[in-house]
Structures are given as structure tokens and as C-alpha cells.
Ligand binder design. Structure first.
Ligand code: PLP
Length: 450
């Protein structure tokens, strides 16, 4: 344990560090945060020597698992050769150029151009800004409104959070940006559990068309959505919904932005959700799994017709970040993608461990407190419910899942809880035994609270 003046590192941290998405007062009262010291494969160790199976892959990003020597070596090598140079003003670096080309090859259809940034928030923000600029160049500057979804999550910068639909974020200084609108999430468990899936999909997609008509298509720049809403509680689209919202966007001349910050690079057993669901978005946002979290890097993939317009920007494109295409981050991302290919991890998620994970998790659906288990690839959600027969949810929401999450942590398994949904997304190297461990422990935690 690290101590200074009798205080633990966790206590010193709580005194000076404002933690994101954390009740900071409660954290300090509890003696500070858990200090994570080391990672290997799917496991983490804290400074007290406790071991955790990280069933959330960090924040759904450490897809190749912790402790990858090859990524550390690539970073060290690139840092020694060229630690930094910018990609502004007619310069680039080797890894940056190679990464842009690799992404163009990996991502489907006409997504052949990358704009680099550091985080998911920045690329979602950039999509909004550049879409508006695109419409400006097309002679339709009034097309500015962004339509997002309730419970959508696109990051914490002002435009990204305004496009998102997380109530707590809007409540804390987030509202007020003009030209943002939202439609309902296609959350069948809450909003359409008594409807056939096709009818619910049609109704949920129709909400987009109604919103566009209400606002006037001539005023709407884009619709942004995650293929599967992640931080909002792993809300899976009903079958046919994504294709239909894309059709609606095309019919109304509204750009379609697919936020693949979680879903791309194998999480669903495909290189992208666009490929899996047969979509061709105008913009696609990538982050997290691009480097497996080993370096902060993100990319906005831009479709050919839009890239053409952005290339023609008069006086040059007035957009970017100091670290856009950072050579160390790009080198690490390239090696991470090479690992995914070399070890056939995307295929592993699609054909072997993903199906095993979903099947095993599904077992929990027979438990009285479990209303639904949803899963695809290595993304799984366990929706808890107070009264299954009556479809009565917990009131107030969020207490039971939080207890369950803490119980799991005490048993050495890290998951996330959103309202009354437990979210699970282990690294792609998770073994069958580790999947069994996650599900058995979840079962024991549910037993404790029933
Ligand atoms: N978009 C999605 C779908 C996300 O899940 C996240 C983060 O969880 C973001 C955007 C924001 O990414 P970042 O936290 O890297 O800014």
C-alpha cells in the first residue's frame, strides 16, 4: 500500500482529483478510490493485492487484454524514433499515413478517409461540425439540427453530450446548445415488450421520420446513433430498425452518423456494425478498440462524397487537434489491429467465444430477478426486474443493480450497472472458464439479493 503522512494513495487522490462519472463526495467518504496497479490478460490487481476479472475490458476498450508486450515495444520504439509531430500544415508521419490507409481498407463501402483525434467525444463533435459545414458548402446552411436519441451516449464535450440523451449530463450544464433534438430509444424491454419485434422496430424508426417532418428536413443536418446503445444500458436495435433509420435519413437528405466507438473492431464479431448490419453511413466514429485503450486515439471515417467537399474547403480545412494522428498512438493502433488479425480475435468473437458467452449468460434468464438477457458477440446485458410476471420494474431504479455490481466486485468481478441493467463486455481473449466464472458469480450475486 502506498502511504504518505498516513494517508493512502486513494485518499490523496480523492483530495485532489475530480473523478469522471463518480459521486466524488461519496468516494472521499469511503476512503478513496480503488487503486488499480497492474493488468494481465483479463485480470487486474489493485494495490491491496486483490485480483479482479475485468468483465468490462476497462471501459469496453481493452479488447486484446492487458499486458501486451508487443504494444509497449511498438510505443517505445516509435517514441524513440519520433515521439511527436503534427499533421497540420502539409506534414504527416509514417504510422499516421499507414493507419488512415488501413482503416479505409477495414471499414466498409465508401468510408475511405479518416480524420484523427484523441477520444470518442472529439470525433462525435467533429462529425457534427463537419456535417454542418458540408451542408453549408452544398448551399443549405440552414441544415443544422442534430437528431440523437434518448439514452444515447456520444461523449462529454458539449456538442457530443447535447447529441446524446443522458439526462444526468444534460442536467449538469449540458442543455442550452441550440439545434439538438432527440427521439425515443428503441428500448423494447421498456417500451415495447408486449409488441411483436417488427411492429416495435417500425414504430421506433417512424419516430425519426416524424421528428424530421416536425423540424422540417430542410433544417436537419444529421441523425446520430450507436448501433447498440452502450452507456445508455445496452439497448439492442430491434431487427430491421437500423436499416430503416438509414432509409429514412436517405429519403430526407439527412446525414447518417453511426457511432461505432464501442461496436467497431470486433466487439460484435465483425470489424464494424456497419458491415454486420449492412449499413453505409455518411460518417462513422471510431475510438476505444482502435488501440484497445493502449493509447488515446480516435478516428472519424468520412464517406467519399463528403470527403470531396471537405478536401475543397477554401483556405484549408479549419479543424483538428494538436494530437490528430499522433505517431505513437497511430503506431500502437496499427499493432493492435495487427494483433486482432494475427490472433484471429474478430473471428474468435464471432464464431467461438461470443456465441459461448451469449449462451452462457442467457442461462440467467430463468432466474426470477432477471427480466431479459441480451447479447451479441462479447456484449451482454442482464436486465433486472422486480416482478417478472407483471413486468414491474424496480422503484426507485438503479439500486438493485448497483448492489449487485458491488457484490460482484467484492467477489472479484468487474461489471457496470446502468439503471437496473448489468453490462458485461470482457476482453476478446476471455476464456470459456472465465466466462463461466463471470456467469456463476453473477448467479451467486443474484442469489444474495433475491
Ligand atoms: N461514443 C460512444 C458510443 C461511447 O461509448 C463513448 C464512450 O464511452 C463515446 C462516444 C465517448 O468517447 P470518449 O470517452 O473517448 O470521449
Amino acid at each position: 500500500m502506498s502511504e504518505t503522512d498516513g494517508r493512502t494513495l486513494g485518499q490523496r487522490d480523492a483530495a485532489h482529483h475530480l473523478h469522471p462519472f463518480t459521486d466524488n463526495r461519496e468516494l472521499a467518504a469511503a476512503g478513496g478510490a480503488t487503486v488499480i496497479e497492474r493488468g494481465e490478460g483479463c485480470y487486474l490487481w489493485d494495490d491491496q493485492g486483490h485480483r479482479y476479472l475485468d468483465a468490462l475490458a476497462g471501459l469496453w476498450c481493452v479488447n486484446v487484454g492487458y499486458g501486451r508486450r508487443e504494444l509497449a515495444d511498438v510505443a517505445a520504439e516509435q517514441m524513440q524514433r519520433l515521439a511527436y509531430y503534427n499533421t497540420f500544415f502539409n506534414t504527416t508521419t509514417g504510422p499516421t499515413a499507414e493507419l488512415a490507409e488501413t482503416l479505409a481498407e477495414l471499414m466498409p463501402g465508401h468510408l475511405n478517409t479518416a480524420l484523427f483525434a484523441n477520444s470518442g467525444s472529439e470525433v462525435c463533435d467533429s462529425a457534427i461540425r463537419l456535417a454542418r459545414y458540408y451542408w453549408q458548402q452544398k448551399g443549405k446552411p440552414q441544415k443544422r439540427i442534430v437528431i440523437g436519441r434518448e439514452e444515447g451516449y456520444h461523449g462529454s464535450t458539449l456538442a457530443a453530450l447535447s447529441a446524446g440523451g443522458i439526462g444526468a449530463m444534460h442536467a449538469q450544464g449540458g442543455t442550452g446548445l441550440p439545434d439538438f433534438a432527440h427521439i425515443e430509444a428503441p428500448y423494447r424491454f421498456l417500451l415495447g415488450h408486449d409488441m411483436p419485434e417488427a411492429a416495435f422496430a417500425a414504430q421506433a424508426a417512424r419516430a425519426l421520420e416524424s421528428k424530421i417532418e416536425e423540424l422540417g428536413a430542410e433544417n436537419v443536418a444529421l441523425f446520430i446513433c450507436e448501433p447498440i446503445q452502450g452507456a445508455g444500458g445496452l439497448i439492442f436495435p430491434p431487427e430491421g430498425y437500423l436499416a430503416e433509420v438509414q432509409n429514412i435519413c436517405q429519403r430526407h437528405d439527412v446525414l447518417f452518423v453511426l457511432d461505432e466507438v464501442i461496436s467497431a473492431f470486433g466487439r460484435l464479431g465483425a470489424w464494424s456494425a456497419a458491415e454486420l448490419f449492412g449499413l453505409s453511413p455518411d460518417f462513422m466514429t471510431l475510438a476505444k478498440g482502435l488501440s484497445s485503450g493502449y493509447q488515446p486515439i480516435s478516428a472519424l471515417m468520412v464517406s467519399d462524397p463528403i470527403a470531396e467537399v471537405l478536401r475543397d474547403a477554401e483556405g484549408g480545412l479549419a479543424h483538428g487537434f494538436t494530437y490528430s494522428g499522433h505517431p505513437v498512438a497511430a503506431a500502437v493502433a496499427l499493432e493492435n489491429l495487427a494483433i486482432l488479425k494475427r490472433e484471429k480475435l474478430v473471428e474468435r468473437v464471432r464464431e467461438e467465444i461470443g456465441p459461448y458467452f451469449c449462451e452462457t449468460l442467457k442461462r440467467l434468464e430463468t432466474r426470477p430477478l432477471v427480466g431479459e438477457v441480451r447479447g451479441l458477440g462479447l456484449l451482454g446485458a442482464v436486465e433486472l426486474i422486480q416482478d417478472k410476471a407483471a413486468h414491474r420494474l424496480f422503484d426507485p431504479p438503479g439500486v438493485v443493480a448497483a448492489v449487485c455490481r458491488e457484490n460482484l466486485k467484492a467477489r472479484g468481478i468487474i461489471v457496470r450497472a446502468v439503471r437496473d441493467t448489468l453490462l458485461i463486455a470482457p476482453p476478446f481473449v476471455v476464456t470459456r472458464e472465465q466466462v463461466d466464472d463471470i456467469v456463476d458469480t453473477l448467479e451467486a450475486a443474484l442469489e444474495d439479493i433475491s
